[in-house]
Ligand binder design. Structure first.
Ligand SMILES: Cc1cc2nc3c(=O)[nH]c(=O)nc-3n(C[C@H](O)[C@H](O)[C@H](O)COP(=O)(O)OP(=O)(O)OC[C@H]3O[C@@H](n4cnc5c(N)ncnc54)[C@H](O)[C@@H]3O)c2cc1C
Ligand code: SF4
Ligand code: SF4
Ligand code: SF4
Length: 362
C-alpha cells in the first residue's frame, strides 16, 4: 500500500479488493480520500498492494497507437459535450449492444461518482467534464459481475481509474476502457465548500453546473450554474474554483507526479480536447469543440471503426495533438499550494483566491 500521499491516486480499488473489509476511504484535511486500514481485520494477504495502479504498471501488448482529430456530426452531440462529442457516440454504440456505460455523474448536491448507465437517458447524466475527483470504486464489483455475464462494458474515467479497473477485472474482450487526457483532479471537499459559497451568493439551493458551456461558441470556456431554477453564467477565467484548479493549487498530490501523462496508456482509447486545432485545421475551429482520439489497442480500433461514420475526422501525427498533459504531469506550484489551503481553512475560496493573486503578483 502507499507510503506517501503522492503515491495514492485515490482510486479506491484497494477497498473493493479487500475481502476482509479492512480498508475504508477517509478524507484528509485537504479533502482528498485515502485508504485507512483496520489492522485488526487485515490478514496481510497483499491483494491491495498488487491491485494498486500506482507503482504497478501493466505492460501493454500493443504499444502502437493512432491519433485522430474528431468532431461528432450531430450538433447536439457536440453542444451537450465538453469537447468534440466523442463520448455520447461511443456510449450509444455500447448501449445498442445491450451494454453498460460507466462514467462520472454529478448528484444534485454536487457529489461526483461513477454510475453504470443502461439507457440513453442515464447516459445523458454522464456527459460533460466535471472538474472534481469522482468516486469510482463503488462500481468495481458491478463491472466485474457484468463482464463475467458477457455484457459489453465501456468504462470512461481518468487514466488512473481505468488502470485500476483493468487490474480489478482483468483482461476481457468485452471490457473497453476509454481514459481522458488528465490535468489532475481537485478536492471533492473543497468543491463541496464552493457549492455552499455559490448557494450563499445566489440565495438558493444548488441544482447543477456545466463547467464547459458552449453557448458563447468559445470552446466551452463558460460556466453555467443552476440555483433554484435560475441560471447564472460567467467566463471560466472568472470562476474562483476553476482559477484555483488551473493555478494548480487544488490538485491531488499524486497528480503532480502522474505516470499517465504520456501518449502510452493502459486503456483501449484516449479522449481529450484537440488543443491547437486552430493551427492544424483552422477551418474546423468553430468554437463548438474538437476532440482528440488516440487508439491504443485492437479492441479500441474495432470500436473506433464501428462509430467513425458518425464523425468528421482526420488522422494526424503525434506532434499535432501533443499538449502538455500528454508529455508530463501538471507542475507543482510550490509554496502557493500550502498557502492556498491554509487560507481556505478560514476564508472562502473566493477571498483565498483574491489574496493569492495579490501574493503571486508581488
Ligand atoms: C478532471 C478532468 C481533467 C481533464 N483534463 C484535460 C486536459 O488537461 N486536456 C484535455 O485535452 N482534456 C482533458 N479532459 C478531458 C476533456 O475535458 C473531455 O472530458 C474529453 O475530451 C471528453 O469529451 P467529449 O466531448 O468526448 O465527452 P463528454 O460528453 O464531455 O463526456 C465526458 C466524459 O468524461 C467523463 N468524466 C467527466 N468528469 C469526470 C471525472 N471527474 N472523472 C472521471 N470521468 C469523468 C464522463 O463520464 C464522460 O464519459 C479532462 C477531463 C477531466 C474529467
Ligand atoms: S493486505 Fe489483504 S487483508 Fe490486509 S488490507 Fe490488504 S487486501 Fe485487506
Ligand atoms: S489502490 Fe488506489 S486508493 Fe488504494 S492505495 Fe493504491 S492508489 Fe490509493
Ligand atoms: S493526473 Fe494522474 S493521478 Fe491525477 S487523476 Fe489524472 S490520472 Fe489520476
Amino acid at each position: 500500500m502507499r507510503r506517501q500521499k503522492s503515491e495514492c491516486c485515490g482510486c479506491g480499488v484497494c477497498t473493493a479488493v479487500c475481502q476482509y473489509g479492512a480498508i475504508r476511504m477517509t478524507f484528509d484535511k485537504e479533502g482528498y480520500a485515502y485508504p485507512c486500514i483496520d489492522r485488526k481485520k487485515c490478514t496481510g494477504c497483499g491483494r491491495c498492494r498488487e491491485m494498486c495502479p500506482i507503482g504497478n504498471s501493466i505492460s501493454m501488448p500493443e504499444p502502437e497507437h493512432r491519433c485522430f482529430g474528431v468532431q461528432a456530426k450531430s450538433d447536439n452531440d457536440r453542444i451537450e459535450s465538453s469537447s468534440g462529442g466523442v463520448f455520447p457516440v461511443l456510449a450509444r454504440k455500447v448501449l445498442s449492444q445491450n451494454g453498460i456505460v460507466f462514467g462520472a455523474m454529478m448528484e444534485s448536491d454536487g457529489a461526483v461518482r461513477h454510475f453504470g448507465a443502461q439507457t440513453p437517458e442515464e447516459v445523458e447524466r454522464l456527459r460533460k467534464t466535471k472538474y472534481v475527483q469522482s468516486e469510482a470504486a463503488g462500481c468495481c464489483r458491478q463491472i466485474f459481475q457484468s463482464v463475467r455475464e458477457g455484457r459489453q462494458i465501456l468504462f470512461v474515467g481518468t487514466p488512473c481509474q481505468c488502470s485500476a479497473v483493468r487490474r480489478y477485472v482483468g483482461e476481457a474482450e468485452n471490457l473497453l476502457l476509454a481514459d481522458l487526457v488528465c490535468y489532475g483532479v481537485p478536492s471533492p471537499v473543497k468543491w463541496g465548500k464552493y457549492i455552499k459559497e455559490l448557494e450563499k451568493r445566489y440565495q438558493g439551493s444548488f441544482e447543477s453546473i456545466s463547467f464547459r458551456d458552449k453557448r458563447e461558441k468559445d470552446n466551452g470556456h463558460t460556466i453555467a450554474v443552476r440555483i433554484d431554477g435560475r441560471e447564472y453564467t460567467w467566463p471560466i477565467g472568472e470562476d474562483c474554483f476553476c482559477n484555483a484548479y488551473f493555478c494548480n493549487y487544488l490538485l491531488r498530490p499524486s497528480c503532480y507526479m502522474c505516470r499517465f501523462c504520456t501518449m502510452e496508456r493502459e486503456s483501449d482509447l484516449t479522449m481529450g480536447d484537440f488543443w491547437g486545432i486552430d493551427k492544424v485545421r483552422p477551418e474546423w475551429d468553430d468554437g463548438m469543440g474538437t476532440s482528440l482520439v488516440i487508439v491504443h489497442s485492437k479492441k479500441g480500433m474495432a470500436l473506433w471503426e464501428s462509430v467513425r461514420e458518425d464523425f468528421r475526422y482526420f488522422e494526424c501525427r503525434d506532434e499535432d495533438i501533443l499538449q502538455p498533459r500528454l508529455q508530463s504531469p501538471t507542475a507543482h506550484p510550490g509554496w502557493r499550494r500550502e498557502v492556498f489551503f491554509r487560507l481556505c481553512r478560514i476564508l472562502t475560496l473566493d477571498t483565498s483566491g483574491r489574496i493569492m493573486r495579490r501574493l503571486v503578483k508581488r
